[in-house]
Design a binder for this molecule. Structure first.
Ligand code: 3HC
Ligand code: NAI
Length: 718
């Protein structure tokens, strides 16, 4: 709702009340309309201030209403009512003015913001465009290029930048409401014609066609199949090409197209998924979310390779004291240099203080004796990790949390090396660890809720999105990756090329196809893991290298590693690069010849494989594993898996995540295609539909919001 009061007799004050962000729900819109009418009808009131309660102006339209039938007064006429008012209306912006919130402020005649406020039109991130006049008013106010940039990226700006751009009239370090009241009093009775943005001509940039074409190309390049950014450009183009009223009609039409698109639904689902995952208990029922996390002030990182360096940076940036341990002298020196460089660049980019002094380097694990928490990041080698956990358990002070960054080893086996297995959890970061937002927090059967809560909380402090997952080989993300990668190998065996597979996946929206991604991360990492699991057989194994106890296995990844082709780092992998460390992937005739020779050797006839098959086999194998993970209780719900895939594996956000995507395709359709492929390839268990998928499809494919409830039922019934 909106609350009405009077200040100093002559200023009508409208306060939006809808915690936590004063979203413009139907009662709030109704409240604004009612209170504006009241303020305009009271003769003593000479001007009006609109503000939000609790230091927050407005977070925009109420996204929760989007799924339901909309009721209450619509936003656009409400904003027109404000703009047309005969008394000056001033927006007092504290906290945030986002989306419809900023559009509301743009309908006011003046805008005052507190210096800590953030403003923006983030609708594009929800698959929409600013649909309450934002695409028509903002370019009229600040010019086309600046408006295009803000609307197509959804970027938030600070109050200082907003002032510089001309979005607001005044910034104050003090209370924005007091400043707005002062301004409202000073402009009472003054003419308003020059303050109504909708009446401004829209400045037409010279060569406007060229400008729009360039932006459209740029936007398409970054959008990877997302339709909202390009539609935002079209709406701003209408502001230049059409008079205001016609431009508003165009904005409405374009908004409606986006609103009903599957992409907007996917992005809005994802918005709530990311916010909800931290709240649920783990599938095993460990109520970490109600446990009190322990304070962590000092942490140690053991092993300063690729991951340890990024983790050290992230911990230091979060304000912790860090003890960074590396046994190899040369690695230690290189790590110091790399960490310093990352911190310097980070401080510059964020305008934050440099925190080099918070890190102490050492060559012995002994240096970790007095820390509150340790993150081990040595080679993926169980024997080595076991011995480190034994040492840590002996030397660390009682109560120290012992965490491992393993990509998939058994957390419980590591816990059993220690005197306090309840204090052992996995903290699985993603490379580069100081950049990637995802953290899988892995709870072993003996991890205590308190230890879990502490790791989750630390992740949050480090700016990560922490997802609690259960303990199994490769946890959630990497476990689902395996069948996906294996399908891609099978497709090569059957006649595809890495280029073809990658192209299909990139058209779907991944920033990189599976082969380019493997080349980038280094093929040797997964190869070592497969070796450790005994999956890699010698060349002499012949046909039995391909069929293991009735199940098909493709040794292609192992064979190219044996050639020393580890991807970008060696200049050769599934593609060729101009030099070791090169980044531009080019098709490699050697690889094509190698594949032909491999097929001949194994009597495999190459066939033409269409796009649909490439996409379905790769994605549905991954999704099937996702259902198995839910069935096994390793992830608490489909949202957890979706957040992991969007944040950690480049799954296109506008497709919601693999589990949401499966729901959108239709579970019965996914099931039918998996059954089909499994019939053709009965020796590939990953294509055999999992029983949870069958059950959900049989019960009429309930919406994803209901899966969690179904999963609460005893596992034996799934
Ligand atoms: N509608 C409904 N609920 C919203 C909301 C919105 N616009 N914005 C935030 N919320 C809810 C969140 O779901 C969360 O609810 P919960 O506590 O039940 O989980 C709560 O508010 C707090 O949100 P956060 O956890 O995200 O809090 P933060 O402080 O980290 O962030 C924020 C606050 C920056 C406002 C962030 O929530 C955000 O980015 N919100 C979305 C803003 C947005 O995109 N607005 C545009 C909406 S579309 C629109 O306006 C269309 C118009 O052009 C017609
Ligand atoms: P890396 O090979 O780059 O670094 C490992 C470092 O540990 C080396 O510098 C090595 O000298 C050091 N080390 C070995 N024994 C040590 C000891 N006893 N004490 C101190 N330091 C020791 O390995 P990377 O890639 O950083 O991986 C580390 C861990 O993180 C592994 O468990 C890996 O599976 C996991 N991981 C790796 C990811 C990646 O993309 N590289 C992603 C996520 C997890």
């Amino acid at each position: 709702m909106a609350f009405y009061s009077r200040v100093s007799g002559s200023v009508g004050m409208i306060t939006l009340q809808n915690p936590p962000v004063n979203a413009l729900s139907a009662p709030v819109r109704q409240g604004i309309v009612d209170t504006i009418h009241r303020a305009l009808s009271e003769p003593e009131v000479k001007s009006v201030v609109i503000c939000g309660q609790n230091g927050t102006f407005c977070g925009g339209a109420d996204i929760k209403e989007f799924g339901a039938n909309m009721s209450g007064p619509p936003l656009v006429p409400m904003i027109h009512l404000i703009e047309a008012a005969a008394k000056p209306v001033v927006a007092a912006i504290e906290g945030i003015a986002l989306g419809g919130g900023l559009e509301l402020a743009l309908g006011c005649h003046y805008r005052v913001a507190n210096s800590k406020a953030r403003l923006g039109l983030p609708e594009v991130t929800l698959g929409l465009l600013p649909g309450a006049g934002g695409t028509q008013r903002l370019p009229r106010l600040i010019g086309v290029p600046a408006a295009l940039e803000l609307i197509t990226t959804g970027r938030h700006v600070t109050a200082a930048e907003a002032l510089q751009l001309g979005i607001i009239d005044e910034v104050t370090d003090h209370n924005a409401v007091d400043a707005a009241v002062k301004l409202a009093q000073s402009v009472a009775g003054k003419p308003l014609d020059a303050r109504r943005i909708s009446t401004y001509p829209c400045p037409r940039p010279p060569d406007s066609d060229v400008v729009f074409e360039k932006v459209m190309q740029e936007v398409r390049r970054h959008a990877r199949g997302a339709i909202a950014p390009g539609t935002c450009v079209q709406a701003v183009r209408a502001a230049v090409a059409l008079p205001y009223a016609k431009g508003m009609e165009r904005e409405k039409e374009l908004f409606a197209t986006l609103f009903t698109s599957g992409q907007a639904r996917a992005l809005q689902y994802y918005f709530f998924a990311q916010r909800a995952i931290g709240r649920w208990s783990t599938p095993s029922g460990a109520r970490w979310d109600t446990s009190k996390p322990r304070p962590v002030r000092k942490a140690a990182v053991i092993g300063l390779g690729t991951m340890g360096r990024g983790i050290t940076v992230s911990l230091a940036q979060a304000g912790l004291s860090v003890v960074a341990v590396e046994t190899q002298e040369k690695q230690l020196l290189a790590a110091k240099q790399a960490v310093t460089g990352m911190l310097e660049r980070g401080a510059k980019r964020r305008g934050a203080p440099l925190v080099l002094d918070q890190i102490k380097y050492g060559r012995s694990v002994q240096a970790a004796a007095d820390v509150d928490l340790v993150i081990e990041a040595v080679f993926e080698d169980m024997a080595l990790k076991r011995s480190i956990f034994q040492q840590l358990s002996r030397l660390c002070k009682p109560g120290t949390l012992l965490c491992t960054n393993t990509s998939g080893l058994d957390i419980d086996e590591l816990a059993s090396q220690t005197q306090s297995p309840e204090l052992v959890v996995g903290m699985h970061f993603f490379a580069p660890a100081h950049v990637m937002k995802l953290l899988e927090v892995v709870h072993g059967p003996r991890s205590s809720p308190e230890a879990l809560a502490t790791a989750m909380q630390l992740g949050k402090k480090m700016g990560k999105v922490s997802v609690a997952v259960g303990n199994c080989r490769c946890f959630v993300g990497n476990r689902m990756l395996r069948p996906y990668v294996m399908q891609a190998y099978f497709l090569l065996e059957e006649g595809a090329t890495p280029e073809q597979v990658d192209q299909v996946l990139e058209e779907f929206g991944f920033p990189m196809g599976v082969f380019k991604m493997s080349d980038l991360s280094g093929l040797d990492v997964a190869w070592r893991m497969r070796k450790a699991e005994g999956l890699v057989l010698p060349a002499s194994a012949g046909e039995s290298a391909r069929i293991r106890e009735g199940s098909r296995y493709s040794p292609l990844g192992d064979l190219i590693c044996e050639q020393g082709r580890f991807g970008q780092k060696t200049g050769r992998g599934w593609y060729q690069y101009d030099k070791p460390g090169g980044r531009v992937a080019k098709p490699d005739p050697w690889l094509h010849g190698f594949l032909e020779e491999y097929r001949t050797r194994h009597g495999l006839a190459a066939r033409r494989i269409d796009h649909q098959e490439v996409l379905e086999r790769c994605l549905y194998a991954l999704i099937n594993e996702g259902f198995q993970i839910l069935q096994d209780g390793i992830a608490a719900g489909p949202e957890d898996i979706d957040v992991i895939y969007v944040l950690g594996y480049g799954w296109p956000r506008h497709r919601g995540g693999p589990m949401f995507f499966a729901g959108q395709v239709g579970l019965d359709k996914v099931l039918e295609r998996l059954e089909h492929y499994h019939q053709v390839h009965p020796d590939v268990p990953a294509l055999k539909p999992c029983s949870l998928l069958r059950r959900l499809a049989a019960s009429g494919s309930p919406p994803i919001s209901r899966w969690r409830e179904i999963l609460q039922k005893p596992r034996s019934q799934l």
